[in-house]
Design a protein around this ligand. Structure first.
Ligand code: 13P
Ligand code: SF4
Length: 319
């Protein structure tokens, strides 16, 4: 097969690239699923934009032959686990996640071995191997409900996000043993700069993703998953919001509530650290190339797929 390379498409502008992607989509009978943290041009051409749970749900019900996942590796892996016979494409296989990186399968295996009677509920931001060793998968939008469904006498292991885990312990009153992982984006927000923004904008309220550290969450008026934050800004009577999550979501916020104002919460360093470097690895050009070349694709062993599917199906049934 002739592999198209990035040099060859240098001359194509983004409008033509979008048209090429849409025509490839018909050719392949593909569906394009995108997370809210993708660059805005990708969000605009996707068939569906959503949070981790909604994207997993869409992946589980799609009739398309090919799933093009504009998100990070663990999200595309989840789509593959739910569709073992479909081609699942990810524009850049290097689009990972610091939470998944913080939880190597071998270490997680030992964690389970050292706590043999615990129930392991694991955040979807982890590898397929870790999912295969978990009892139940959750996302930020269903975690509270799923933890509440675990029998009270069961001791719980929560992995891999210590910030989300600590937040959920407060919300549910359940004591959990936490894995010591974190998100590089949500841990970078500056409390000092957020306080200054709140002083400069007394009419603004702070909304935050639960992957943020507790000293940020303590100041937030609303905490929720990406889709919960989006819903909140639409329904809230407030007109101005300081948004403590990856900056890509503001594209949808402006679309859904154009009359409102959104200020991206800043990181301490003078950089674009509120952009997820993994999510931003996917570009329009790489999206086009992966569809043209039908590669890179997600490949998982049958064993991992069948084991990882059990806690994912459980999550979909319970949420
Ligand atoms: P959501 O499930 O809230 O979209 O979160 C995914 C994620 O990676 C947050 O950093
Ligand atoms: Fe992972 Fe954080 Fe990026 Fe979400 S924002 S994909 S948790 S590194």
């Amino acid at each position: 097969m002739l592999i198209e390379t990035s040099e060859k498409i240098n001359q194509i502008d983004s409008k033509n690239l979008t048209n090429e992607i849409l025509s490839l989509k018909n050719e392949l009978n593909a569906v394009i699923l995108a997370h809210y943290y993708q660059e805005s041009e990708i969000q605009d051409l996707a068939d569906f934009v959503g949070d981790s749970l909604e994207l997993a749900r869409r992946a589980s019900t799609t009739k398309a032959d090919v799933i093009v996942f504009a998100g990070v590796h663990f999200m595309a892996e989840t789509a593959k686990i739910l569709n073992p016979n479909k081609l699942v494409l990810l524009p850049d296989l290097e689009a990972g996640c610091s939470l998944a990186d913080d939880c190597p399968a071998e270490d997680f295996k030992n964690f389970r071995k050292n706590n043999p009677n615990h129930f392991a509920i694991t955040y979807i931001n982890c590898t397929a191997e870790v999912k295969a060793m978990s009892d139940l998968i959750c996302t930020s939008s269903n975690a509270e409900k799923l933890i509440n469904s675990i029998p009270l006498e069961k001791e719980i292991l929560f992995s891999p996000d210590r910030n989300l885990g600590a937040y959920l312990m407060k919300k549910t009153g359940r004591k959990m043993t936490l894995w010591n992982g974190s998100c590089i984006v949500h841990e970078a927000f500056s409390e000092r700069k957020i306080i200054n923004l709140m002083l400069e904008n007394p009419d603004a309220i702070l909304i935050a993703h639960p992957e943020c550290e507790d000293h940020i969450l303590d100041k937030a008026n609303f905490i929720g998953s990406t889709s919960a934050l989006l819903k909140f800004v639409q329904q809230s009577p407030n007109k101005k919001f300081i948004v403590a999550t990856e900056v890509g979501i503001i594209h949808q916020m402006i679309k859904f509530a154009p009359e409102k104002e959104f200020i991206a919460a800043p990181p301490e360093a003078n950089c674009a650290c509120n952009e997820c470097p993994h999510m931003k690895k996917n570009t329009l050009e790489k999206l086009y190339l992966c569809m043209k070349n039908r590669s890179p694709e997600i490949i998982l062993s049958e064993e991992i797929i069948s084991k990882a599917r059990i806690p994912i199906d459980k999550m979909l049934a319970l949420s």
